[in-house]
Design a binder for this molecule. Structure first.
Ligand SMILES: *Cc1c(COP(=O)(O)O)cnc(C)c1O
Length: 391
């Protein structure tokens, strides 16, 4: 990623002026800050950002400017990155598996909260952490509702969590619980089920929780017709905590990655070639910024524009779409309905691409060199183009 100059009003203006041949990620600081404010005002507790979703400096700085004061970090490199931008930001080191040297680095950087899900990892923390540090026991449930579940990798069972929480409190640390319902989770009841389990765990351990971290997993807008129910999720979390804990309600923390950053970035890809029966060859694919699409299902928030900025408005036609590498796995899932009048040199603009795009890019086959450009707005004023049939 090379540039962040706020030179252009919109992706269209940039594409027309610069005619880039490499993929471009357009970041709108305005959209990002609005998304952060929506979380900070809507969520009934502290909002921390899961850095892994998009660790670009411009993203972190804009979130800080909008009032995000804490960061969920998973590695020494993420800790150093956040610390280099803010000496005060709260660091929550919520990757529950750490080497002893990673723990020492986190202590030196002033990490405020540590997650733990297993006795061996707890023994590493106990003795290494300063008194008064928060230790959040991460637990898992078998609930669905997310695009994919993190419970396979991390999390104590309820019974294990009871024992760990009692040990944490007994050792004099600030006792907390944490969970992650799985990413792109659109079901408010998933959070409610975890919050009920948190009440059972705290009760069985005889521990009054200092905090409850309800994880990330909040959905972003991936399909045109499905607007994510963020307000319903926030309301359900607040209600569940009141029902379960009443007067003893812990303060809440959330750690969204995807839902904070996705909407603030649109990705522009270029059509390198149209071949065969209208198959499309792009300049980026599953080894680049589109790595998540085969896992999550293909987003349909795609616009096509000619190099002069006109929207392609031809009737949709289902097309096979390939990435640029010589690997035949480098193909987008299914067939994409794309305009019949699209041509070599056109741009595909994919909206809602801020999360898990730049973060996981590879340089396989020499591709993956993405540009980052800052723009004011991601959308054009509406009213451009209408659908018409192609011959
Ligand atoms: C990845 C991760 C998150 C963020 O998940 P999203 O689905 O992007 O919101 C939050 N917390 C932890 C511990 C994570 O590993």
């Amino acid at each position: 990623m090379s540039e962040t100059r706020p030179l252009h009003r919109s992706p269209r203006d940039y594409l027309v002026a610069e005619a880039p041949d490499e993929p471009v990620l357009f970041l709108s600081p305005e959209v990002l800050q609005a998304s952060a404010r929506r979380f900070c005002e809507g969520f009934p507790g502290m909002v921390t950002y899961a850095v892994k979703a998009n660790p670009a400096e411009a993203v972190l700085l804009n979130l800080m400017a909008a009032g995000v004061a804490g960061f969920d970090v998973a590695s020494p490199a993420e800790i150093a990155l956040v610390r280099s931008l803010s000496p005060e930001a709260a660091l929550h080191y919520h990757n529950p598996v750490r080497s002893r040297s990673e723990i020492a680095m986190g202590v030196a950087a002033g990490v405020a909260s540590w997650s733990v899900d297993q006795p061996g990892e707890w023994r590493k923390l106990d003795g290494a952490l300063p008194p008064g540090a928060e230790v959040a026991v991460r637990f898992k449930l078998a609930v669905s509702g997310a695009a994919y579940d993190f419970g396979e990798k991390f999390g104590a069972t309820e019974a294990e969590a009871v024992a760990l929480l009692a040990q944490v409190a007994g050792a004099g640390f600030r006792p907390a619980l944490t969970f992650h319902p799985g990413t792109q989770c659109a079901d408010p009841e998933a959070w409610a089920a975890y919050i009920e389990a948190a009440g059972r765990i705290a009760g069985a351990a005889g521990v009054r929780l200092a905090r409850l971290n309800v994880g990330g997993g909040f959905p972003s807008h991936r399909m045109r017709g499905e607007v994510p129910p963020l307000d319903a999720i926030f309301a359900r979390i607040g209600a569940a905590v009141r029902e379960v804990f009443g007067e003893e309600a812990p303060t809440l923390v959330c750690e969204p990655g995807r839902a904070l950053v996705a909407e603030a970035v649109s990705l522009a890809l270029r059509v390198k070639s149209l071949r065969g029966m209208g198959e499309v060859y792009l300049n980026d694919g599953i080894y680049g910024a589109l790595a998540e699409q085969p896992l999550m299902g293909m987003t349909d928030r795609i616009r096509v524009m000619a190099p002069d900025g006109r929207a392609r408005a031809g009737a949709a036609r289902d097309r096979l779409v390939w990435g640029p590498t010589c690997d035949s796995l480098d193909r987008l899932p299914g067939k994409l309905p794309l305009p019949c009048d699209m041509a070599e040199g056109d741009y595909l603009l994919i909206d809602g691409m801020g999360a898990y795009s730049t973060a996981t890019v590879t340089r396989f086959n020499g591709y993956g060199g993405l540009r980052l450009a800052t723009v004011r707005a991601l959308n054009e004023p509406s009213g451009t183009g209408h659908h018409r049939p192609c011959a």
